[in-house]
Each structure stands twice: as C-alpha cells, then as structure tokens.
Design a protein around this ligand. Sequence first.
Ligand code: BGC
Length: 314
Amino acid sequence: MYYVGLDVGGTFVKGGIIDETGKILIKDSIPTGVGRPHSEIIKDWANFYLKLLADAGLSRAEVSGVGIGIPGTIDDETGVVAYANNFGWRQIPIRQEFSKWCDVEIHMGNDANCAALGETKFGAGKGYNNTVLFTLGTGVGAGIVIDGKLLLGNNSAGAEMGHMSIMMDGELCTCGRRGCIEAYASATALIRDTRRAIEKNPDTMMREVPLDEVNGKTCFDYARLGDKTAQEVVANYQRYLAEAIIDAVNIFRPEIVMIGGGVSYQGDYLLEPIRRMVDKYSYGGDINPRVVIQPATLGNDAGFIGAAALLMLN
Ligand code: BGC
C-alpha cells in the first residue's frame, strides 16, 4: 500500500507518495496561487493528487488515500479548515471541495503537526516517544508528539506554540497578538531584523547586500566572516529561539526538540549556543534528563511525508 501526502505552503504545494517505511516513490510541487477563490486552490490539489498517481504509475486501489497538511486550525473530523491566519481562511470545507474532483479517503492536519509526525516516524525523531518540532519559515509552526501521539487539543486548535508570547507589547504578529515567537523567530522576522540592523549600522559588511536581497542566510554568512552587526543579529535570534524551546521543554519535557525550515541548515553554528541556554535555563537545569536539540532531517519533504503518515494512523 502507498500513501499520498500534500503539504500546502504559502508559495508551493509540495506533494509525494511514500511507502509504509517512509520511502519516497515520487515527489513534485505546484504553485499554491494564494489569493484565488478557495475552490480553485483546492481543485488544483485534487489534480495534483491525480498527477502524482499517474506519474508514479499507480492505480487508485494501490494508494490508501491522501493526507493534506495545511497551516492553521485543521479539523480532520469535520474536514474543515477553521482558521488559517496566513491564508486569511475561515471555515473552508476542504474535504467537501476536494471530493468534488476525486473520490478518495482524505485526512488532514496542521502543516507543522504533519511535519512533526513525519520527523518522529521517519526522521530526526525516530526512536523517540516524546518530541517537539518547530518549523521556522514564513511563520513558526509547532508539533508536539506525546507518547507517540500528536497532541491536538480541542478542535485540533492547540499546539500553536509559534503564538506563545516571548515579549509583552512586542512585535505585531500575523495572528493579531504582539510578541509571539513567530514575530521573532520566523524567517520573516529574521529578515526584518537583518534589514533593520543594516539600516542602523553603516559600517556593517552586510551593506553589500541590497535590502531587497536580504534573506534568512545573510546574517549567518556575515557572522561567520566576523561581522559584529551580523553576529548580534544571530545572537538575538538564538536567544528568541532558546526562549521558545525552553518554554516547550518546561511544559512537555520532550526527549528531543527538532528544528525545521531553511535556518536549520545552519546546524551547530545555530544550535550550539541554544543547547547551552536550554541546558542552563530549563526547569531543574541539569537535574532533569538533557533534551536533545537537532535539525530536522527530512527537510522540505517532512510536511508531505507526515501528511501521508496521517493515513497510517487512520
Ligand atoms: C500558523 C500555524 C502554522 C505555521 C507554519 C503559523 O502562522 O499559525 O498554524 O503551522 O504558521 O505554517
């Protein structure tokens, strides 16, 4: 039996087919085209599902359905996206719309919850029972696996750790609140902070980079070259992320915290100072077992692999 997963992002829908060991048979992506009516967007998902099947040479009977990961509050029972801040969606009947175009079993979940499930079953979290994943992208997503099961909360609206506040009256978040982790630790926030630092510090080497070409790597590249301003941006970013991880550790005490998204490719350069802060400031310090902090290993595939894995739970 094979499993199809789709991971819906702000720019692309990534999709693929896996077997029960998480091995990828085929993967591809299509543009999301946000801003169009939801019915058109969802029709594209259905066509994408059919294309993946055709490209893999599989019949519908050989796949167990489709799993879909979407940012926001996604209720698998009703098949509805209750709320997605980054899409401006409220009460969108995904299962009903998708079923207009093809009749398959559909399961759905929050994108970061799917990534957490994928990483726990087949990636960095394999072998652990209690895991937390933060995905650092346009937003900050989080997924929590306790005793091998995703923690969803009422209406599946929980596990939104990107919207815990680390700064009273801080930066405005896309959710309307101020000071959220997302407003400090997302790639979007890192780019904002890098640009601000460039504007404020005329002697930084980062000036070579036009402001509209600054990305999530810029401050890391220049910090490694010894640029003080860049090092400060990186150090602040590490503190924000450490605060977020310490909060997660104090609540859930996972065995491992996994970090996904482009920033995680900075590896130990990003994570070593964070590990030291987490060791020092987590409740109980070194009395409690040390929490492993590692980059996620499935990269951009985690979301669709985890979405496909939803089908294995049902
Ligand atoms: C949303 C989450 C989502 C995350 C990553 C956040 O802004 O609130 O639901 O998981 O972005 O896409």
